[in-house]
Design a binder for this molecule. Structure first.
Ligand SMILES: [Fe+2]
Length: 254
């Protein structure tokens, strides 16, 4: 099966449009969205409407921002000031049909097929970040049936690879950054935790939206970086009266 994997759109319609235009030309069996459709950005309705209109099979989980926008008591206290302000603004402007679509998203993890799972933060906790080796091990142990787990939330394109050699287990980290296209071959003899990066708010000092294409049959994973009009997304945030820093970081990439 071939999956288009994408995450963390964060109400950035300019970035989502660029990503969908690119991915629609790829052969695929399903779209896989790892959460955070809204929050931070200024086009929440446009983004959710676009996601609702996706043709074909769509597998999706909610993100922490999606949850908090619908119910501030479900974690807004953990947000910084800018995120909190944007979440409150989003909850006011979000249309009922878009609210319903977000409310129907499961918290995850979900199975794309046997052995391949997807979640927002970590499989054991949608709010947990996977940054370190220990975070990665906890997540791999939480879902032992999976050989590949896709995650989002950190907005950093990255891969942890667990390899067993006799009694020794080795965990390797790969920063999935480089050029417009990065190709990797995954092996079923190993286990992986993979973040293909963020569409709407990259944080790895590269402003370009990122997404992945995974072929579970061959094990081939391709991570793409795309050029889009980040200035337009920034302007939309400023025009909406949201904190300028939320627009500025789209242009900076962190
Ligand atoms: Fe996010």
């Amino acid at each position: 099966m071939r999956y288009v994997i994408f995450s963390d759109v964060h109400a950035n319609i300019e970035a989502l449009n660029a990503m969908l235009a690119h991915a629609s030309r790829k052969r695929k069996d399903a779209w896989v969205f790892l959460g955070d459709a809204v929050g931070y950005g200024a086009a929440p309705n446009q983004v959710v409407e676009r996601l609702r209109r996706l043709r074909g099979r769509v597998l999706a989980v909610r993100g922490n921002h999606d949850r908090v926008v619908l119910d501030p008591s479900a974690g807004i206290d953990f947000f910084n000031d800018h995120a909190r302000l944007a979440a409150r603004w989003t909850s006011v402007v979000l249309q009922p049909a878009n609210r319903r679509w977000l409310a129907a998203l499961p918290s995850g993890p979900i199975w794309l097929e046997e052995g391949v799972a997807a979640c927002h933060g970590a499989p054991q906790d949608e709010d947990a970040y996977i940054f370190t080796d220990v975070d990665a091990l906890e997540s791999l142990f939480a879902l032992p049936e999976a050989w590949v787990i896709f995650f989002g939330h950190s907005h950093v394109p990255s891969m942890f690879e667990l390899r067993q050699e006799g009694r020794e287990a080795h965990l390797a980290f790969t920063f999935l950054r480089g050029g417009e296209r990065l190709e990797l071959m995954l092996s079923r003899q190993r286990r992986y935790l993979i973040n293909v990066g963020a569409v709407g708010q990259p944080r790895d000092r590269d402003w370009r939206p990122s997404y992945g294409l995974f072929d579970s049959g061959s094990g081939k994973l391709t991570v793409y970086r795309l050029v889009y009009d980040a200035q337009a997304a920034r302007k939309r945030i400023i025009d909406a009266g949201l904190p300028a820093i939320l627009g500025d970081r789209l242009v900076r990439g962190f």
